[in-house]
Structures are given as C-alpha cells and as structure tokens.
Design a protein around this ligand. Structure first.
Ligand SMILES: [Co+2]
Length: 286
C-alpha cells in the first residue's frame, strides 16, 4: 500500500478512536438518540474527517441501518443494549468500527461474547486466511456462550469511498474457500444474538446511497441526487442531513429517486424474533 494512502487510513483510525471515546461518554440514561447522532457526527468533522455513513445507533433488537430522523424524540433507558457503528473517512479511506454497551450496566454476557469472538476472529485476519475458517470461528465462539450469530450479516472489505466492498465474511459457517489477500482492508464485524439469528428488513428506511445517474422529474430530487453524488461522495447519507428540504418534498423526492434507481435505500435491520443483538467491529489493514 502506498505510504500516503496508509497515512490516511491511520488518520481515519486515530480519529475514530477519539470519536469512540467521545461517544461512550454520551451513552447515559435519558439522552436523546438524536443528540448522540448529531454530536458524534459533528465531532468527526471537528477532528478533520468526515462520516463514512450516518451514525448507526441500534437499540436492542435493531441490528443495523438505524439512524435517528430529525424529529426523533426517543431516549436511552437503563437496560438498553446500544450498538454504535461509526464510519470515519479521510479522503475516502474508511475506518469502520462498532461497539455495544448496556445502559447503566458494566457487563452484559452478549456484549462479552461478541467482543471475545471478534478478538478470536481478528487473530485469523491475515493474508491467506480462508473466509470459511474465519466464519467458523465466529459461529463456534458465539455458540460457546450460548448465542447465535446473525447469519445474514457479514464482515466486509473496504475500498476508497466504498463502505461495503468484497469480500464478505459471513457470521455463520459456510464453504467460501476464498482467501484474504495482502493490502486488503477488512472491517471484521461480529453480530451475536439470543434469538434465532436472522435479521429482517423494516421500513421506512432512513439511510440512502447514490446508485445511478438519472434525470429525476422533481427539482428537489435532482438536487438531492447531486448531493448524493458530490457532497456525500457516493457514500451513505440520511434524511437528517437534508435539512434544506421541507419534510413532504423530501419524502416525494426520495421516493422518486428510489423508484428510478438513482439511489438505493437501506431498510432498518431487526432481529427476526425481536431478540437482543450485540455487535463488535474493527477495521484491519492486511
Ligand atoms: Co461495517
């Protein structure tokens, strides 16, 4: 990897470490999740980087792809299992990390299981490692604690301005013999649950991403598509970041953009039996 690229990855990592510390200090009983999202994203900018995607805050059965809307009034409560998934990028080079806490509690078995499992998986993240070997360790390690992996969620590669690139590293056993290669950047993520181990999609979506150049009919849709491409640099964005549009026009415009395949929507992912989900994630350069 070029020195300059490696340095940008390192800066993204250093900034994400600070942002994680900052966000941990916010996760207290009674705080609005909107306040968490806005202050963490602001912190990323203040530290000289940009969010690679809107701050994902998954509470209890919500595994991924939730970020508060600008009118969200919900607050954290004691006992909530909160997953914070943070993406920081410097010039497109992304560091993607996540952690889980239980509000008001030091320890939670599901969190411990995911953290321990991630540690075990990271030992294997080296050039030449087979995807199936890593997945097997994830599933077995969670099983030792009596938990299931989320079978339809995966660790993934990262590329410049691409937050989900090949390869996919499933949380569940498989027979993918592909090997990791030198210079790959891997976001290894573990999702554990005390439920069945599958996520289902839930709407309305809050997170979107540029997909294709199109010519929308609505003026607002044209403006948003332009922002998706240039301002958000084809990385995921959320409605909350589009404050200049009235809510009604925004919904119409996003709907048109999804319909003509100009942007894609990421539905919220919830555990199918509404069981608890914990997550642990780190980015590694091979
Ligand atoms: Co990730």
């Amino acid at each position: 990897m070029e020195k300059e690229v490696l340095e940008k990855y390192k800066r993204a990592e250093e900034i994400s470490t600070k942002v994680i510390e900052f966000s941990k200090g916010l996760l207290k009983d009674g705080i609005k999740i909107l306040e968490i999202a806005e202050s963490v994203e602001k912190k990323i900018f203040e530290l000289g980087a940009k969010p690679a995607f809107p701050l994902n805050i998954g509470i209890n059965e919500v595994a991924a792809h939730f970020t508060p809307a600008s009118d969200d009034t919900s607050i954290l409560k004691v006992g909530d299992l909160v997953k914070i998934d943070i993406g920081v990028h410097v010039d497109g080079y992304i560091c993607d990390r996540a952690f889980t806490i239980c509000v008001g509690d030091e320890k939670h078995q599901l969190i411990e299981a995911c953290e321990k499992t991630l540690k075990e998986a990271l030992k294997l993240i080296k050039p030449g490692a087979k995807i199936c070997e890593i997945s097997e360790v994830v599933e077995n390690s969670l099983a030792e604690f009596g938990f299931n992996p989320i079978r339809n969620l995966c660790g993934h590669g990262l590329e410049r301005f691409v937050q989900h690139a090949a390869p996919s590293i499933p949380n569940a056993k498989n027979d993918i013999k592909d090997e990791l290669k030198e210079n790959q950047v891997i976001a290894m993520e573990v999702f554990g649950t005390n439920g069945s181990g599958w996520v289902k999609e839930s709407y309305p979506a809050l997170i979107y991403q540029f997909a294709n150049d199109r010519l929308p009919r609505l003026l607002e849709a044209r403006k948003i598509l332009d922002m998706a491409k240039f301002k958000f640099e084809k990385l995921p964005f959320t409605k909350r970041w589009l404050k200049e549009f009235s809510p009604l026009k925004l919904d119409f415009a996003l709907k048109e953009l999804v319909n003509i395949d100009a942007i894609k929507a990421f539905p919220i992912l919830k555990e199918q039996t509404d069981a608890l989900v914990a997550q642990a994630e780190e980015t590694v350069i091979l």
